[in-house]
Design a protein around this ligand. Structure first.
Ligand code: G4P
Length: 539
């Protein structure tokens, strides 16, 4: 039998290699409410994959060895991580890409963009708090995008809710059926290990000093577990029987279809259950799949190189003041130095500087495959949502922008700095830090900045002053609602008090209103006006 001809991708790498490399990629993000332990878990995962020698190296927390993660002064001051990046490591035969998401609700639009670039998500829940507001919002994004979710109940080392109660909460509030893969032995606050539901064995944990190193695990058969843990084991066994009776068993197709969520119990700070999470990701999370394009077609993973920009970040390295565009590779091979096409402009784009970026750590990338994230340096021409490709053209659908809820007029405080002002505003707009809205009436010197969360204003103000040398003053506007409109409706809307029409960078006309009552009155009086929601569902 003769071998099938080997198909070449644009980079000269054969399709079999691309397929093999794509199949071993696991690209995911951790979604959680702030303080559930996302940074701690990220460190623990990296520790397990032996990227870092000691937990505490990723997130600069008090009392731990801090190096990476917080770039901007503001982030440091607030102890939040606004910027995000990707951590890549090998685990067994897999290549894991862990995309960082900002924890604060005000940056939910950034988080949404990151979630467009992943194939799976880990929903991290604090055992004592259960499902919190931000977890629910992010979960809604995952459901909307059809991203399969693995749930991790964290902080089991501390007193918390009852495990079965938490399963009920997941069922009731997310609509997902939890299918625990492990079950805790010992109640929350007395975490001894987990019952592995795949074979009924006991994975017993051993505490290490401060959770700084991988916690050794010992696997014991059921009889030995009973002898060792007594009632705690017996209770776990009984609860697992209850789970089995209610059909809470993992079935891969239901997980991929977003019907069920596998559940694991962990204590990220003690490194308990972290190995099981990595194994689960490798075994169950989907590899990169063929991607739908804007024309209703499909770009298969073995097609020539294509990627989309899901994040643009400037000012990450204060010494360099550079601008990075993060791309998620959808098809083909990326080879540093290749010249690709920027779909929006049709211009060539040279990828001379390509990097893995995690916190302050940067490393050149020479080759990357579908599922990987590449940071392109000095990518001034690239904006969020842009497509890059080689070979046959392709364009991926634009990323959804959220409807802003806060608006402010932005004016330069130093009139001599109008050039810096313009450059800064343009930059913040293309990065998606804020949406910039303009109108003839307000003029170019006084654009309106529109945001989902007010902290975005602080980032914009800080960066205008420190990065672009153009200090600004913001004057809040009394609007809270934004809708799409058209040119014919402008006079009708502008004539009503408490409303105005502004234009977004992409040409879209945006009508803004102080509140929904003003909007309702206008719609009743002038039903012919076009006023549509900006996004199908605000997440
Ligand atoms: P985030 O990124 O989701 O915001 O959470 P982060 O990892 O920063 O963790 C928030 C707090 O919860 C930290 O405590 C962290 O140590 C703690 N934590 C994380 N995982 C666990 C866990 O499994 N068990 C327990 N008991 N605590 C956990 P902190 O007091 O804010 O900081 P630190 O001084 O302890 O580092």
């Amino acid at each position: 039998m003769s071998a099938a001809p080997v198909e070449q991708t644009s980079g000269g790498t054969d399709a079999t290699t691309v397929l093999r490399e794509a199949a071993r990629r696991r690209t995911f993000a951790v979604i959680s409410h702030p303080d559930a332990g996302k940074s701690t878990l990220t460190e623990a995962l990296a520790l397990h994959a032996r990227v870092i020698g000691q937990a505490g190296a990723v997130h600069g927390k008090a009392g731990r060895r801090g190096t990476v993660s917080d770039w901007m002064d503001m982030e440091k001051a607030r102890g939040i991580s606004i910027t995000s990046a990707a951590l890549q490591f090998e685990y067994r035969d897999a290549v894991v890409n862990l995309l960082d998401t900002p924890g604060h609700a005000d940056f939910s639009e950034d988080t949404y963009r990151v979630l467009t670039a992943v194939d799976a998500a880990v929903m991290l829940i604090d055992a004592a708090k259960g499902l919190e507001a931000q977890t629910m919002k992010l979960f809604a994004v995952c459901r909307h995008r059809g991203i399969p979710v693995i749930t991790v109940v964290n902080k089991w080392d501390r007193p918390g809710k009852d495990a079965l109660e938490l399963m009920d909460e997941i069922t009731e509030r997310t609509g997902l059926t939890p299918t625990p893969l492990t079950w805790p032995v010992g109640i929350a606050g007395d975490f001894r290990g987990v019952l592995d539901r795949s074979d009924g064995s006991y994975r017993r944990f051993t505490r290490t000093a401060g959770g700084a190193t991988i916690a050794p695990e010992e696997t014991l058969p059921a009889e030995a577990a009973l002898a060792r843990e007594g009632d705690a084991w017996q209770q776990a066994v009984e609860e697992v029987e209850l789970l089995a009776a209610t059909g809470a068993d993992h079935e891969q197709s239901l997980f991929l279809d977003g019907v069920t969520t596998p559940v694991l119990f962990a204590s990220a700070v003690s490194n308990f259950g972290v190995g099981a999470l990595l194994e689960t990701l490798v075994a169950l999370a989907p590899a990169p799949a063929d991607q739908p394009d804007s024309d209703g077609g499909t770009r298969t993973v073995t097609d020539p190189f294509s990627a989309f920009v899901f994040k643009v970040q400037a000012g990450m390295d204060t010494a360099h003041r550079d601008r990075l565009a993060f791309i998620r590779i959808c098809s083909g091979v990326f080879e540093r130095g290749m010249v690709v096409t920027h779909a929006r402009t049709g211009r060539p784009f040279a990828t001379k500087y390509a990097q893995h970026v995690f916190g302050r750590e940067r490393e050149s990338i020479d080759v990357a495959y579908p599922g990987d994230v590449v940071g392109l340096v000095n990518a001034a021409a690239l904006g969020v949502g842009d497509t890059l490709y080689a070979g046959r053209p392709v364009s991926y659908p634009p990323l959804t922008t959220f409807a802003p809820e806060h608006f402010a007029v932005c004016r330069g405080r130093d009139t001599a700095k109008h050039k810096q002002f313009r450059r800064g505003i343009e930059q913040l707009d293309s990065e998606g830090v804020v949406q910039v809205l303009r109108s003839d009436r307000r003029g170019d010197q006084a654009p309106v900045l529109a945001v989902v969360g007010p902290m975005q204003f602080e980032v914009a103000t800080h960066r205008m002053e420190h990065e672009f040398g153009a200090p600004v003053a913001l004057e809040p506007l009394p609007y809270s609602l934004a809708l799409r409109t058209d040119a014919e409706s402008v006079p009708g809307i502008s004539a009503s008090s408490g409303a105005e029409v502004l234009q977004r960078g992409d040409g879209e006309l945006i009508a803004v209103f102080a509140n929904k009552w003003g909007l309702r009155v206008l719609q009743q009086n002038k039903p012919e006006l076009t006023l549509e929601p900006l996004v199908a569902a605000q997440l």
